[in-house]
Design a protein around this ligand. Structure first.
Ligand code: NAD
Length: 400
């Protein structure tokens, strides 16, 4: 059978998935991009050309794939028509716009996949789809399957590496009857790598999100900063000091304590995938990290992080100040740390380190999510915690 899928987005990941999926014979691929004039520009660029991916496989082999999606549009009616599966491949702050635009056109028995979902994806999707949510299945992958970047917009994208495996959870709506198996079908679309690992509990995927890494490192570096511009951009990971590593470790401890408490409160619920960030580095980057003696050293000696610097803007006299509007805060706090905090609050677990970091970050974002140690700030609706959608109890969390 030929299956019709929709890919939402126009960035690195959306280019990759569009080209990969369109190269498979049994797939018909639509693309919906709502950002600026991306749809128009991309359509024009592909009039006489195919979309090209240059792939470097993990064994060093290289290949090129040429293909073309059927349509690239900003019109949701056209994009969604006849589609079985919708992939959202955009940063988390852009998800809401796609849910709003697509919902009127979604047919029952559609699979909606967050690639990646990022923390709070299911809460937001359920809430924004309204009555239609129960007729859909909502899946979330823990990250993007590839390290990838656009070389030339609309025309050429590069895959620098495939993840070996990737966690995915899914919530089947009470009135949803998909005509295809979720895991096998998503696997077929992605290809052989990464191997999808099913995570039974969607809360575990939320607590595994790697959005916990950037905010403590930023707070550790700039929390006491007096505003004086610095002569160069500091290294983000290779420059990690004891205090930053300790803050990250404590955030991870608090997330882990939340997972353990939930497992206790919901007898039998499996939270074993939620592991400490130091253990995760040792497993996930086993070949890239040369010194595994501490979390600080693991981060400082991770080859995958070579040369990455703090997000900074330059001043008139050629110096630098931190850019607190960058994704490391604007995505990773409302769509990351605040979600973990929300789940912890419901589990009754105290999170003093997470609270301190959110309190600092929300000032930089000019938002109020947390008041003291409770998520009762006036801007909580613009984040993705369970509380943002009126979920306040363990039962509400688990019976979504
Ligand atoms: P990207 O930065 O390439 O996404 C940019 C695209 O997002 C734009 O082209 C546009 O379509 C959309 N967009 C940007 N600003 C928008 C706005 N204000 N309103 C509406 N749409 C807007 O993102 P990506 O690299 O494809 O990554 C997607 C997700 O995957 C992110 O959450 C990222 O953190 C994660 N991720 C990426 C990589 C990677 O290698 N690129 C690796 C791991 C995880």
């Amino acid at each position: 059978v030929k299956r019709k899928i929709l890919i939402c987005g126009g960035g690195n990941g959306a280019h990759c998935l569009s080209a990969l999926a369109a190269s498979r014979e049994n797939l018909d691929v639509n693309v919906l991009t709502l950002f600026q004039d991306e749809a128009e520009r991309w359509t024009k660029l592909l009039e006489d050309n195919d979309l090209k991916i240059s792939v470097t496989y993990n064994d060093g082999n290289e290949s090129e794939i040429h293909s073309k999606p059927s349509i690239i549009t900003k019109d949701p009616a056209k994009a969604v028509e006849g589609v079985d599966i919708v992939f959202l491949v955009v940063p988390a702050f852009a998800h809401a716009q796609y849910f709003t635009t697509m919902t009127p056109y979604l047919q029952p028995n559609t699979l909606i996949v967050g690639l990646p979902g990022q923390a709070g994806f299911e809460f937001q999707c359920r809430s924004m789809l309204g009555k239609k949510a129960s007729t859909c299945t909502i899946a979330s992958l823990e990250s993007l399957p590839w390290a990838c970047r656009i070389l030339e917009f609309g025309k050429h994208v590069q895959i620098l590496g495939f993840k070996e495996s990737l966690g995915m959870s899914f919530l089947t709506g009470s009135e949803c009857n998909l005509s295809f198996p979720v895991v096998e079908t998503v696997q077929e679309i992605l290809g052989e790598k990464p191997k999808i690992q099913v995570i039974q509990n969607y809360i575990a995927v939320n607590l595994m999100a790697k959005s916990i890494i950037h905010p403590p490192l930023l707070y550790g570096k700039w929390g006491d900063w007096d505003g004086t511009p610095v002569p160069e951009k500091p290294l983000f990971y290779q420059g990690v000091d004891d205090r930053q590593a300790e803050l990250l470790s404590k955030v991870s401890d608090e997330v882990l304590a939340t997972a353990k408490e939930l497992a206790k409160l919901r007898n039998g619920c499996d939270m074993s995938e939620v592991i400490h960030i130091f253990d995760w580095y040792k497993i996930y980057y086993k070949d890239q990290v040369s010194d595994k003696s501490s979390l600080m050293m693991a981060m400082r000696t991770n080859k995958a992080y070579d040369g990455l610097v703090h997000p900074m803007t330059s001043t008139e006299d050629g110096k630098f100040v931190p850019d607190f509007t960058y994704r490391y805060i604007s995505e990773d706090v409302p769509f990351g740390l605040v979600v973990m905090k929300g789940i912890a609050e419901i589990a009754g677990v105290e999170t003093p380190t997470i609270d301190t970091i959110i309190a600092w970050a929300q000032k930089k974002l000019d938002k109020e999510y947390i008041v003291g140690w409770k998520l009762t700030g006036k801007d909580i609706a613009s984040a993705r915690a369970p509380q943002s959608y009126g979920l306040h109890t363990i039962d509400e969390l688990f019976n979504m």
